[in-house]
Design a binder for this molecule. Structure first.
Ligand SMILES: [Zn+2]
Ligand SMILES: [Zn+2]
Length: 249
C-alpha cells in the first residue's frame, strides 16, 4: 500500500498527496482521494452535446443531442439555451460514494466535490447568482442536510428556489410528457429568491446527479421566466446509460 501523509476520504488509506488526486482527478488540484480510489472515478471529458453535456460514447459528435432537440418543443427551451456539465459519469462506484457520504455527514462530501464543481462552473463562465436544487420536504430532516447545498459550498450560493408540494412518488411510472408537465411546476422562487432581480443576469444551479435533466430544466426555467440571460447547471455525476434512457421514456 502507498505510504504518505494524506488520508483518503473514501477508503481511509494513507497515501502521498503528491501522486494522488492531483493527477487523476482534481480540476482544483486538491488531494482528497488516494490514486486507487480516484482512478475509479470516470471523468466526463469528451462531450458530444454542447447543451446538456452528454458525453461522447464513441458515436460521432452530434452538436445537439436527440433529447435536447425534443426539449426545444417546450417553452422556454424553444428560445433559451440549456447548459449542463458534470464532473463524472454516473456509475455504481460514484453512486456508492455519494450514498455513503450522505450518511457519513456533510464535511467529506463538500471537501471531495465542491471545489471541483466551482472550477467546472468557472470553465462555463461567470455568474451573478449561484443556487442549488432543494430537497423534497421531509428528506432534509432524515439526513440533516441537503446534499446539493453542501456541494454548492465553494460558491456564494443562495437558496433561491423552493419546491412546491407536488408528489413525485409515481414519477418513474409517468410518461415523458407527464414528467415534463409535472416538473415544470415543481419549483417556485423562494422568499429570498423573489427579492432578487434576474433581468439580464447569469445563474448557475448546483445539484448532485443529472439523470434526465428535467429537474434542472424546471428550476432553470424559473430564472428564464424572470428575465435571466443565461442559466447553466453543474452536477457531480451524469447518468448516460440505460437508466437515463429508461427515465426518458
Ligand atoms: Zn482511497
Ligand atoms: Zn443534449
Amino acid at each position: 500500500m502507498l505510504q504518505g501523509s494524506e488520508r483518503c476520504l473514501w477508503c481511509h488509506e494513507y497515501f502521498d498527496g503528491e501522486i494522488g488526486w492531483k493527477w487523476m482527478v482534481g480540476l482544483s488540484g486538491q488531494t482528497k482521494l488516494c490514486p486507487l480510489c480516484s482512478a475509479q472515478l470516470k471523468k466526463m471529458e469528451e462531450i458530444s452535446c454542447e447543451e446538456c453535456g452528454r458525453p461522447n460514447l464513441g458515436a460521432p459528435a452530434e452538436g445537439t443531442c436527440h433529447d435536447c432537440v425534443r426539449w426545444k418543443k417546450v417553452a422556454p427551451w424553444d428560445t433559451k439555451a440549456f447548459h449542463h456539465r458534470a464532473l463524472y459519469y454516473y456509475d455504481p462506484f460514484i453512486q456508492e460514494v455519494l450514498t455513503a457520504l450522505k450518511y457519513r455527514g456533510d464535511v467529506a462530501l463538500g471537501e471531495l466535490f465542491s471545489p471541483d464543481l466551482k472550477s467546472l462552473g468557472k470553465k462555463i463562465g461567470s455568474f451573478d447568482f449561484v443556487t442549488y436544487i432543494p430537497l423534497k420536504e421531509g428528506r432534509h430532516w432524515e439526513r440533516g442536510f441537503n446534499q446539493a447545498e453542501v456541494l454548492a459550498r465553494s460558491f456564494a450560493a443562495k437558496p433561491l428556489v423552493e419546491r412546491v408540494g407536488v408528489s413525485s412518488n409515481k414519477q418513474s411510472k409517468r410518461t415523458r410528457e407527464e414528467r415534463i408537465l409535472a416538473m415544470k411546476n415543481a419549483f417556485v422562487l423562494s422568499v429570498e429568491g423573489r427579492k432578487e432581480n434576474y433581468s439580464g443576469k447569469r445563474i448557475l444551479i448546483v445539484d448532485d446527479i443529472y439523470t434526465t435533466g428535467a429537474t434542472l430544466r424546471s428550476a432553470a426555467s424559473l430564472f428564464y421566466e424572470a428575465g435571466a440571460e443565461f442559466v447553466a447547471a453543474v452536477t457531480v455525476a451524469r447518468a448516460v446509460g440505460s437508466k437515463a434512457r429508461k427515465k426518458m421514456k
